[in-house]
Design a protein around this ligand. Structure first.
Ligand SMILES: Cc1cc2nc3c(=O)[nH]c(=O)nc-3n(C[C@H](O)[C@H](O)[C@H](O)COP(=O)(O)OP(=O)(O)OC[C@H]3O[C@@H](n4cnc5c(N)ncnc54)[C@H](O)[C@@H]3O)c2cc1C
Length: 405
């Protein structure tokens, strides 16, 4: 096998596109598979302003290929602007050279004809290229690749609402009252017309939503926003990173904490609590939410029109279930990288190191998890990290193909 090797890239998000670009420039045959449109995961939160600036969300090599107008250093675009200005032009360049399959889902992957338990520790891409079962409007078919860069992200698999990460009683029955993840434009419109909204989670998605709703819904509007978090810091629900290098992120965290601690009558922060169950409310347009205080076990019941679960995401493990992947029991990310990330726990994500090539390898030679998918349930991922991973993995692939001296 030489540079005519085929690299399959799964997912045309920011990291998948960068992986395709670098693989093309390194001389490989590239097949890029995307289940929706280009950058369809990022599109879902297109209205949100990125907290990382343009220069962090793009690469020198990528900018060289598009008519880049440059930006004021440190300026942060909305996700939709970022797609228009960078990701789409980059994808157009890629599609002039590589095979780009949009609206095509990769459903399963095998190591050639080997079963999961075959050839333990001696699976080689030279003898057994990967087989990818893909599906699109034309039906199902098998595509082959010598290497796979799995950039499939995590946002298609939101976590459940209930305590302990499992569905709470009633969660399936009242599915139509729940929005999972940060609401998209259509769902935001739905929320604008609600008189009561219940938000669950203490990450940046929940913080973004609280800020958005707070701007829309004045105290006089009569709309109530309930916000439940498991934590109960006296400084507010969000951790503010000391001397944060990303001012937009710091602004969001500080503003949100101020809102949570404010005396605004229509914003109710319920700390130290989890969701116990959902039940039938007094009117059909509402759902009854019961929360349990983690310290006192006291139950509290509130009726609302919509519940938003900003409770994070997890990867789709079924895609690689027939491969020999060593997964982390805590994050479902690939084990070596997950262990390295657990060792760097508590660090600001801009300070996390990815320079150790070993962490990107796993027992299935030639299969690499990159981008948000590589972090599993760990939500600290930044695009910039993914771009560094791509570079490291392509060096590994190049080295693996070099003839022995
Ligand atoms: C609200 C929000 C704000 C954020 N803000 C920032 C920020 O400011 N800066 C930052 O660096 N990061 C930010 N992030 C993190 C962000 O998600 C990632 O940095 C970035 O989107 C990850 O890119 P990715 O390519 O790894 O994954 P994704 O963008 O999730 O792309 C994965 C792609 O794979 C496709 N796919 C999935 N499964 C399959 C399959 N089986 N077959 C084919 N295609 C498939 C999906 O459709 C998707 O297009 C934010 C995240 C959220 C949710």
């Amino acid at each position: 096998m030489n540079k005519s090797a085929t690299i399959a890239v799964i997912g045309a998000g920011p990291v998948g596109l960068e992986a395709a670009r670098q693989a093309i420039e390194a001389g490989y045959q590239v097949k890029l598979f995307e289940k929706g449109e280009i950058a369809c995961a990022v599109r879902k939160w297109g209205h949100v302003r990125l907290f990382s600036p343009y220069e962090m969300n793009t690469t020198v090599g990528g900018r060289a290929l598009i008519a880049d107008k440059g930006r004021e250093a440190g300026s942060c675009e909305t996700a939709a602007e970022f797609i228009e200005s960078y990701l789409l032009p980059l994808s157009r360049w890629i599609s002039t050279i590589a095979q780009v399959f949009t609206h095509t889902t990769v459903n399963k992957i095998s190591r050639g004809d080997l079963l999961k338990g075959d050839a333990i520790g001696s699976r080689s891409n030279q003898e057994q290229p990967f087989r990818l079962l893909i599906e699109n409007a034309a039906g199902e078919q098998i595509e082959q690749a010598d290497f796979v860069l799995d950039c499939s992200g995590v946002t298609d698999q939101p976590n459940w609402l209930g305590a302990g990460g499992i569905p709470c009683p009633g969660e399936k029955e009242f599915r139509n009252k729940i929005i999972y993840g940060l609401p998209n434009r259509g769902q935001n419109f739905e929320l604008e017309n609600c008189a009561s909204v219940f938000i669950v989670g203490a990450g940046y998605s929940a913080a973004t939503l609280v800020n958005e709703l707070f701007q829309q819904k004045s105290e006089e509007s009569g709309c109530n926003i309930f916000w439940v978090t498991r934590n109960s810091h006296s400084s507010g629900p969000l951790r503010v990173i000391k001397d944060d290098s990303l001012p937009e992120r710091e602004r969001l965290a500080v503003n949100t904490n101020q809102l949570a601690l404010s005396t605004r009558k229509n914003l109710h922060w319920i700390s130290n609590s989890v969701i116990e169950r959902l039940g039938t409310a007094h009117s059909d347009d509402r759902v009854e939410v019961t929360v349990r205080n983690l310290e006192t076990s006291q139950l509290k019941t509130i009726e609302v029109e919509r519940v938003v679960a900003c409770t994070g995401y997890h990867p789709d493990l079924s895609l690689t279930s027939e491969l020999q992947i060593h997964e982390c029991y805590a994050t479902s990310g690939p084990m070596k990288l997950a262990a390295s990330l657990l060792g760097q726990r508590g660090l600001d994500c801009t300070k996390i190191s990815v320079s150790d090539t070993e962490t990107l390898k796993n027992p299935e030679t030639g299969y690499y998890f990159l981008g948000a998918r590589s972090y599993g349930r760990n939500s600290q991922f930044l695009m910039q990290t993914g771009y560094q991973q791509v570079q490291i993995v392509l060096e590994l692939i190049n080295q693996s193909l070099e003839p022995f001296p």
